[in-house]
Design a binder for this molecule. Structure first.
Ligand code: MSP
Length: 504
């Protein structure tokens, strides 16, 4: 039976254009999705937009537009960004989609009937811009929200509450498993929320209109988080006539990976798992909560205004260059930096000087010394070919545990070994001394390794991969994890392409 894999990103707020931080999460998801497909998985990749709430309502007003008109225009920009960044999702869900709205109402009614949601009122400190009631740990002494810097206000209103407090034992057991990564985030959630007095969550509002009205009491609209979190299952048809996608991708036969930024870990690891448990659905197999992209020492964010525009970076350089920086230079377990200088330095060192240079040196020598095609010989026992095969194993192990940055670095190291091997074996001397057998062996070994390197970088370097492989005289669709260690029939190479030209 074919294995199934479901990967999700957060659905982003269309309160403005997306920045590099959003491109980060989505590129992680796209890369792992492509990798899983190479491994024969049937993949469903979900992303989208979180369109309801007070903040959006306000933004629309500022722009003299109806909320829906306002979000329509911003969401166009989301979709364009994903297109030019080669993000190959299966569904872009909008919380204003009919099927989503229908299913969210059903979810609410279901939980109300089970008495897991109850009518009440709520009083507390509230951050309007993040649409979140805050605990004292989340504010500084001036009541400013530590994440966005906006001042929290006093707020009381009639609301329906989700009985999160009933689930303390359940959560404590869940947090003994390794569903949430990295480990440090688990401790944070346990100490700050779960083991302290775990509070019920307010899930409706009466103070604004731009949201999904509940059937039971039209004064109330569903608070964005219950609405938003549900997207992960409504996108698969939950509570609709056709639940086949849900059965396929949110089931024990499927691996579920949810990638988020660390500031929304609480919503996903606590409220979302409580919701799932209440609905009788499994928890995700992995919740990967990655660090932030910082600018200076602050989170890059719209409200601070220190953001970089991914569209500009793609237009100035390329989508592959951006994808590569994200995957290679931003390991998910830490906060990372994104500056123009670091970006150019990484591109030049890794793609221009290492991989690009390797491919062009080897293909040029194949053209020059062997008229574009090498005679077939067996090099499978050569130490550097063995090293290449080991690299595949190591890479897979790291990718399977979602360590995409380390996996990439293993491949880059193989590239460096190959460049060093060229220096050490000096093919130009072998040719001068007419040691043709040795020359053939050296180039065959290098060619095999370049195929491995290119294939392992395929999920990242989406646009460049076909040219990389063509430089080895092969059809890019030919190579799979199953056949990569074998021999191929190569075409004659004639063209000298420059891949990954240095950025000045
Ligand atoms: N709409 C909610 C999510 C609902 S999911 C059911 C939301 N939207 S958001 O537009 O604010 O996007 C937040 C997400 O964008 C983060 O969780 C992360 O995935 C990504 N990032 C935004 N800024 C980021 C950084 N500076 N660094 C890393 N990731 C960032 O929250």
């Amino acid at each position: 039976m074919k294995k199934n894999f479901f990967v999700t990103t957060p659905i982003y707020y269309p309160s403005g254009n997306l920045h590099i931080g959003h491109a980060y999460t989505t590129t992680l998801a796209d890369t792992i999705s492509r990798y899983k497909k190479e491994n024969g998985y049937d993949v469903f990749f979900l992303t989208g937009s979180d369109e309801h709430g007070q903040k959006i309502e306000q933004k629309a007003k500022e722009n003299n537009l109806e909320p829906k008109q306002y979000v329509d225009q911003i969401v166009k920009g989301f979709i364009n960004l994903w297109k030019i960044l080669d993000i190959d999702y299966d569904r872009f869900i909008r919380t204003t989609d009919e099927d989503h709205i229908f299913a969210v109402r059903e979810i609410f009614s279901d939980l109300l009937q089970k008495d897991l949601i109850y009518p009440s009122s709520y009083k507390g400190k509230y951050c309007i811009s993040c649409e979140e009631f805050l605990t004292s740990e989340q504010m500084d002494e001036n009541l400013q929200h530590l994440v966005c810097g906006n001042k929290a206000i006093d707020f009381e209103e009639e609301t329906y509450m989700l009985r999160v407090s009933n689930f303390q034992k359940y959560l404590q057991e869940l947090f003994k498993t390794d569903f949430l990564e990295p480990e440090a985030r688990k401790k944070e959630m346990l100490n700050n929320f779960i083991n302290n007095d775990l509070e019920d969550l307010s899930v409706t509002r009466v103070s604004f209109n731009w949201g999904i009205q509940i059937k039971e009491n039209p004064k109330h609209v569903i608070y964005v988080w219950l609405d938003a979190l549900s997207n992960y299952i409504t996108a698969l048809g939950y509570k609709t006539k056709d639940e086949s996608l849900l059965k396929k991708f949110w089931s024990k036969d499927s691996e579920v990976l949810q990638i988020i930024g660390k500031e929304i870990t609480r919503f996903h690891s606590i409220y979302w798992t409580v919701m799932l448990n209440s609905l009788g659905l499994k928890t995700p197999d992995k919740l990967l909560s990655h660090g932030w992209i910082l600018s200076g020492d602050k989170k890059m964010s719209k409200s601070i205004g220190n953001v970089l525009d991914p569209v500009e970076i793609i237009n100035n350089y390329s989508s592959d260059a951006l994808r590569f920086y994200i995957i290679n230079n931003l390991p998910t377990d830490k906060d990372g930096n994104f500056t123009n200088e670091l970006f150019i330095e990484s591109f030049n060192n890794n793609l221009a000087n290492n991989i690009g240079n390797l491919i062009s040196r080897v293909s040029n020598m194949i053209i020059k010394y062997f008229d574009g095609k090498l005679n077939k010989i067996d090099v499978s026992s050569h130490w550097l070919v063995k090293k290449g095969f080991e690299t595949i194993k190591e890479y897979k192990k790291l990718m399977d545990s979602y360590n995409m940055s380390e996996a990439t670095q293993v491949v880059l190291r193989l590239g460096q070994e190959c460049n060093k091997f060229i220096e050490d074996s000096k093919p130009w001397v072998l040719e001068k001394e007419q040691k043709i057998d040795q020359l053939l062996e050296v180039l065959t070994v290098l060619q095999k390794n370049i195929i491995i390197i290119s294939y392992l970088l395929k999920p990242i370097l989406v646009k460049s991969y076909p040219s990389m492989i063509k430089q080895m005289g092969l059809n890019p669709n030919l190579i799979t994890f199953e056949n990569i260690e074998g021999d191929f029939d190569h075409e004659k190479i004639t063209e000298k392409l420059v891949l990954f030209e240095r950025i000045k």
